[in-house]
Write a protein of this length. Structure first.
Length: 271
């Protein structure tokens, strides 16, 4: 029996217009009525999911979510943090220089803001700030406060430009951090102990839910470890091949109510 469903947001829960379909909302409501916990697990900051938590009736003190790609586990009212990992100033200087040397744009998330040291602010950064409802600031490297703590760093650019940079990342970066591609134009750099999979394991232990009673649904590289941890792993129809390869099941796409199809089939109908 499934007790908890961890659901990625962009490309999974939300359709291409970043909205929740009536069928998806109905399936989530029906699962919750059976006592199943719903946990949104996303790369977005909390500000980027508040409206969806409220729309789904999940914005309570006893509901939980995973944000910043696993850097933060918190309750869905935003009043309590279960666990949090952050990066420091030295990490910022190291990763920013790599991005600059590779010729890709770079931005960071800290507190409730997004900041870029790029004077030529990327359209990918602007879009990310808009979608996640996060204030966007420009600060030169010299203006960054050494006391700031960061939830994550992001290299962002056109897919071809970003993929070329990824192919040339120094091995040391991969050894020092959790590095995952969350979209065609997003590469995310997290604390080495962060990630959706580790966060889901931590939250499951906190809630006393065994992994075999967890279903996870996702579509991108940053969902892989989360899917591997869950007892039932579901890939979206629009998922990358690597995600489909580790999944137990493949549902329809995010524009075809894929989350609802999975919940109906594997939770509400029992398999």
């Amino acid at each position: 029996m499934i007790e908890l469903i961890a659901i990625d947001m962009d490309g999974t829960l939300l359709d291409s217009a970043h909205t929740l379909s009536p069928r998806v909302k109905a399936a989530i409501t029906a699962a919750r009525a059976r006592g199943v916990r719903i946990v949104l697990a996303t790369g977005r900051p909390f500000s980027g999911i508040e409206m969806y938590l409220e729309e789904l009736g999940l914005a309570g003190d006893d509901e939980y979510c995973i944000t910043f790609n696993g850097a933060v586990i918190q309750n869905a009212s935003g009043t309590k943090s279960v666990a949090e990992t952050t990066l420091g100033y030295d990490d910022f200087r190291y990763c920013e220089k790599i991005a600059r040397d590779l010729g890709v744009h770079f931005h960071v998330l800290y507190e409730r803001s997004m900041m870029t040291p790029n004077a030529d602010i990327s359209s990918h950064t602007v879009r990310d700030a808009y979608i996640s409802h996060t204030p966007l600031l420009y600060r030169s490297v010299e203006q960054v406060d050494p006391a700031w703590r960061f939830r994550k760093f992001m290299m962002v650019d056109d897919e071809a430009v970003l993929d070329k940079a990824i192919a040339n990342l120094p091995p040391e970066l991969m050894q020092r951090y959790t590095v995952v591609k969350s979209a065609a134009d997003f590469l995310e750099i997290l604390h080495p102990e962060a990630g959706k999979g580790r966060a889901l394991a931590t939250l499951a232990a906190y809630l006393g839910v065994p992994s075999e009673r967890i279903m996870a649904i996702g579509d991108q590289e940053n969902d892989l470890v989360m899917l591997e941890f869950a007892g039932v792993a579901v890939a979206m129809g629009n998922a990358i091949d690597a995600v489909k390869a580790v999944a137990d099941h493949v549902t329809t796409s995010n524009n075809e109510d894929g989350v609802a199809v999975a919940i109906e089939r594997y939770v509400l109908q029992g398999g």
